[in-house]
Design a protein around this ligand. Structure first.
Ligand code: SF4
Ligand code: SF4
Length: 150
């Protein structure tokens, strides 16, 4: 398929070969980076480890090395609402059959969005320094906050 002046084909899809790789700040606005190779018909029914990811997918192009703080998960407080799973921009919340199982530290970039959207009191996810031992973090978990009297 022929390419236009902006490097896209007639359907507006930018075709990047291995020799044409661009930095994140060089990619034209609105371009679509396909997350999967081949057919996506059954992708939703496959476990993440069984999917055919493209090199642009954050599962392959992991940004975990960006992390300086990390989320720690407290199972004792979690109500399995799935908010963190829905909002995580790197699909790094591990959930099966609507039960939250924990954090995928191989892909989590430490943005803290999951903590922001967690509704429990205290939160079931909190951010800690990357070097913190998770058991130590859990041992010092904050108490439930009481509502201020009016
Ligand atoms: S900090 Fe939370 S929302 Fe951000 S990437 Fe990690 S698991 Fe996902
Ligand atoms: S947002 Fe909080 S309460 Fe909801 S599933 Fe995630 S950790 Fe559990």
């Amino acid at each position: 398929m022929s390419k236009g002046l902006d490097g896209t084909n007639k359907r507006g899809i930018l075709e990047l070969g291995a020799e044409e790789k661009k930095g994140w700040d060089e990619v034209p606005q609105g371009v679509v980076l396909n997350s999967f190779d081949g057919s996506i018909d059954n992708t939703a029914f496959l476990k993440p480890e069984d999917r055919e990811y493209s090199e642009f997918n954050s599962y392959i192009a992991s940004v975990a090395s960006w992390r300086v703080i990390k989320p720690v998960y407290n199972r004792d407080i979690c109500i399995d609402c799935q908010n963190c799973w829905v909002w995580c921009p790197d699909t790094s919340i591990i959930s099966r059959d609507k039960q939250m199982l924990g954090i995928d530290y191989d892909h989590c970039k430490g943005c803290g969005v999951c903590v922001e959207v967690c509704p429990t009191n205290p939160k079931s996810l909190l951010m800690f320094e990357e070097a913190t031992n998770n058991d130590d973090a859990l041992a010092g978990w904050p108490e439930k906050k009481k509502k201020a009297k009016k």
